[in-house]
Design a protein around this ligand. Structure first.
Ligand code: ADP
Length: 447
């Protein structure tokens, strides 16, 4: 509960709200407090001025201080002040508390020093003293503490309640996709790869949902590939194996003799099996990204010529001509010569296999910008347009029964593609059925 995101969000928002309201209250209180004190002081000084004015008026009217005492008592009570009035000689003529009447006004008398009152010249000395804390200030501050404090308390409580309620509902909404993601991930853990989450949301959570879906898509695809791969491999291994067992059973039953020919056939089936296993091993290394390339600058023209020469007799046996047409100045390329030789060999073996008598196979190379283009062109049977996009897929054969009979593993082009891509290159094929095919692969040239 305490560790749930929902609770943490609630706690965080609650804390933020309390801090905001607390600080607003604090600053409002301080400002109001200062304003009220200043207001009180102004009111008091106005009242003092008023007392002074009234006294001046009295004196101007009466020309004497006689009879002023009752007024001073009245004003003193009215404003809550101690008012002491002395004539020009310093004798107290009026005192709101009546104790200093007739005595000499000294500095020890309560309140501030007397200010000469201005009528026509100095007409007396006035001393007005305030209590310890002026009443008006105290009253105003009580209002601040009371009313404003109460206001803030209730407003604060209300705001916290509303905010917590909103946060509660909002956080449920915000966290719903996160919860859905958690559920989907759990399902995934159990092997249900078809599960997807709603990815229409905007922002980070939507982004997370989309990433999850694309990860799920990839995983599902990989899983499908893995399953297909196992099924394909089982299928491909079955044919040469059942051929082998068929031969062996037939020999055992005495249907065929175990002569030289039979042994050669058995040998061919066994080598198809072993080629298939080698190719599969190579492919699994490439798929796992564990194909180790030992690269160094190589003279690609020489490599092409050597590979062509190696296949010359095989081509000649079929009545084919095979040649390399290479311009001068082909730069050296950084490659794993063993692997690129294998690519070229696979392409040439295919060309020989799919080109009829008196056909021609040519290897060309050209250098454009930062790439080297190497093409193997034959004048063979070609590849139908609908098969062309699939020929680099593993175990794909255009003529399924015949290709298997000729000993092809259906992996030659897949491996060639992986090897070229491991070098940072590309491979593709063009073909005119009945006229021939051209396979071109590129290799990056580092200048
Ligand atoms: P395989 O071991 O069957 O040759 P590949 O992966 O090398 O497998 O080739 C896949 C398929 O592509 C072949 O079965 C064949 O049908 C077709 N193919 C490849 N090269 C050529 C070519 N030069 N001409 C015609 N078809 C070809």
């Amino acid at each position: 509960m305490i560790h749930s995101l929902n609770f943490r969000l609630l706690a965080a928002f609650g804390l933020v709200i309390i801090v905001i309201i607390g600080s607003v209250f604090f600053f409002t209180y301080r400002t109001t407090h200062g304003e009220i004190s200043r207001f009180g002081e102004r009111v008091e000084s106005m009242q003092d001025k008023r007392v002074e004015l009234e006294l001046s008026r009295y004196y101007q009217m009466m020309r004497t201080w006689d009879g002023i005492q009752p007024f001073v008592v009245q004003w003193g009570n009215l404003y809550g002040r101690r008012i002491i009035l002395a004539d020009n000689e310093g004798t107290v003529v009026a005192d709101s508390e009546e104790t200093l009447l007739g005595s000499l006004c000294t500095d020890a008398s309560p309140g501030q020093p007397m200010t000469p009152m201005m009528g026509t010249g100095t007409i007396g000395l006035l001393r007005i003293s305030h209590g310890e804390s002026p009443d008006i200030n105290r009253a105003a501050l009580q209002i601040t503490y009371g009313t404003i404090g109460r206001f803030f308390l209730w407003a604060g409580l209300l705001a916290v309640a509303i905010a917590l309620l909103l946060t509660f509902f909002l956080s449920r909404r915000i966290l719903a996709p996160v919860k859905a993601l958690g559920d989907a991930a759990r399902e995934y853990g159990k092997g249900n790869f078809s599960r997807r989450v709603d990815s229409k949301g905007k922002g980070e959570v939507g982004e997370l949902a989309r990433s999850f879906n694309s990860m799920a898509e990839n995983l599902e695809h990989t899983e499908r590939l893995r399953r297909n791969m196992v099924a394909d491999v089982a299928h491909e291994l079955r044919t040469p194996l059942s051929n082998l067992t068929g031969y062996l059973e037939a020999i055992d039953d005495g249907v065929i003799k175990s002569d030289k020919n039979t042994i050669r056939s058995l040998n061919e089936e066994a080598s198809t099996l072993s080629r298939l296993i080698d190719d599969l091993h190579e492919l699994s290394l490439a798929d796992a990204g564990e194909l180790k390339l030992v690269t160094r600058p190589e003279d690609i023209s020489r490599l092409i010529k050597e590979t062509v020469t190696a296949l010359q007799s095989k081509a000649a046996a079929k009545g084919l001509t095979i040649s390399a047409d290479l311009p001068d100045g082909i730069p050296e390329v950084k490659i794993d010569s063993h692997r690129i030789r294998q690519v070229l060999h696979n392409l040439l073996v295919n060309a020989v296999a799919h080109t009829g008598k008196e056909g021609r196979i040519t290897v060309t190379a050209r250098h454009r910008e930062d790439r080297l283009y190497i093409s193997v062109t034959d004048t063979g049977e070609g590849i139908p347009a609908e098969d062309l996009p699939m020929i680099f897929e593993r175990f794909y054969r255009v003529d399924k029964s015949r290709a298997r009979a000729t000993g092809g593993t259906g992996l030659g082009l897949t491996i060639a593609k992986r090897l070229v891509e491991a070098h940072g290159g590309t491979i593709d094929a063009e073909s005119q059925p009945g006229q021939g095919s051209t396979f071109t692969f590129t290799l990056p040239v580092s200048i």
